[in-house]
Design a protein around this ligand. Sequence first.
Ligand SMILES: [Fe+2]
Length: 156
Amino acid sequence: MRIPPELLTHLRENFALDWRGIHGAPHWARVARIGERLSVETGARLDVVRLFAVFHDSCRQSDVSDPFHGALAAKLAARLHGTLFELDSLGLELLMQACSEHSAGKVSRDATLQTCWDADRLDLGRVGIVPDPRRLGTAAARRPDVIEWAYGWSLK
Ligand SMILES: [Fe+2]
C-alpha cells in the first residue's frame, strides 16, 4: 500500500514541530525506506511499516523529551483508521503497538514490530549517533553494511 495523500495532509497540518526538522518529513521518509529494505529480509508487513513511518513521531510536541508522543500516535492511528486509511484488525493492533512502544528501547520477537523500531533507530545519524547493533533487534538491521548505508543516508 502507499500512504493516502489525505492522511499525509492531515498529519502535516497537525504537526507541531518543524516539518523539515529532525522528527519531521525527511525522517519519516527515511524510516519508510529503511523499513522497506529491512522487510525484504525480516518478512515484516510493509503496510504497517509504512504507516508507522508517518505516524510514530507525528504527535511530538518537542524535539527533545516527549515521553507521551508514542502513545498519542497510537491513539491518533486508531482515530483516523477507517477514514483516512484502511488496515485489518491485526495490522492496526501492530501499528498501535509499534507507535506506543517505539521509544521504550524494547526488543520484540514480532518481525513487523521490530522492523519498525529498527528502521527508526537506524536513522539516528541525523542527530549524530551511530546506530549501536546491540540496540537493533533484527539480523537484517545489525548487518554492518546496512548500518553503514543507513548512517550515510541519515547524514544527507
Ligand atoms: Fe522516529
